[in-house]
Design a protein around this ligand. Sequence first.
Ligand code: GLN
Length: 488
Amino acid sequence: MSLHALTLHDLHGKLEKREVSSVEITESVFQRISSTEEKLHCYITLCRDAAVQEAKRADERLKRGEASAPLLGIPVALKDIFLTRGLRTTCASKILGSFIPPYDATTVRKLKEAGAVVTGKTNMDEFAMGSSTENSAFAATRNPWNPERVPGGSSGGSAAAVAADQCIAALGTDTGGSIRQPASCCGIVGMKPTYGRVSRYGVIAFASSLDQVGPMTKDVTDCALMLEAIAGHDPSDSTSVDAPAPAYAGFLNGDIKGLRVGIPKEYFIKGIQPEVEQGVKDAIRVIERNGAGVEEISLPHTEYAVAVYYIIATAEASSNLARYDGMKYGYRAPARDLTETYMKSREEGFGAEVKRRIMLGTYALSAGYYDAYYLKAQKVRALIKRDFAEAFRKCDAIVTPTAPTTAFKIGEKTQDPLQMYLSDIFTISVNLAGLPGLSLPCGFDGDGLPIGMQIIGKHFDEATILKLAFAYEQATEWHKKKPILDHG
Ligand code: GLN
């Protein structure tokens, strides 16, 4: 198999044994990018020269026989929402179209210190608002399994890049499902850690009470290794929690005997694609056969989650996005005075979905509507959180489909925002409750598109999720399947 097709942990083993060099791996990845990117549009910005330099530095560290971290010399892609010092960061928006950050996000700094090689910045929905990566000011990313389909979103560029071997692993962000839903659509592993587990310093804010950073990888072991590299307390992010992050890979022993798994009845609803339902139900049987106990649970407030999310997320976004005013940084439209500068810069700089969210959020927070919408949404959010707390008295992890359907067609939902919003019906509650959740492949539909299964855990218990995911992965072959691309 070509080097770009291998996992992070396979390549780490080869680097340690000096069978390959980081430069060779990096060249292989860029080769793959050259032969497939025209078709897929995974990246907004590539940094080949800098990557080769970083790879050379990694090779020197390896040559010196430095006890190597798992990420040393591994090519990693970053969603274009992470600030990268000296490297353009756009958030897929015209308003940041030529923005060059003066510093690295904490997670980026950690990856670089661990010796990872940054390949570039991946495409996404503008300001992470969307579920298909079609809301990018640059291009629509295509799904490697079928270029007529979306890769999911908003971290669709990262998901497609991992699936197409255009990088070895990637980082995404997840506010309502943006790591897990594209992971599901592209047949890879994606994890949203517990709110507070990973620093968001230097990550462009969308909805601050929901945003979280996480890994997108080729398998569960890689996910554990990436999480280990980015987790932990950061004094620069006041929401980051001062709790030790365990060595996650150590939990991957395949032993899930006695683990109690809850299946929420509200997640197997009418409207879900029958093959998705079947795929997840079959996966649950595999989990059961491997020794876990499975029982039905109830999360009764699930039906309100999408509505609550679209009040809270838009309210927070309207406030976070007020900083893009054409004055401090970013795009500035030619104008006669200050007010016109604000108005024209925002008018021309933001895309349609971002404007829709700013208007919805401003409305929900305005005098007279605050109590009816925002405050009410916060109360229901508390109930959703309580549902999970109740459920976790009976079980250690919860299993659901990640998304109601497999990857839909490009253009299929762009004219109907509500349909688009429903793509995240199974992932949104997890953000509202601040819990960790992971998506991993559990089958394919009749059109050959991947199906994703979601595993949700207790606060700060990513270890149990990874353990369960690994046991399932060991028992199946889905993660070994790769999309067939015409070239390379
Ligand atoms: N698709 C959801 C939205 O459009 C979630 C996005 C995300 O998690 N960033 O808001």
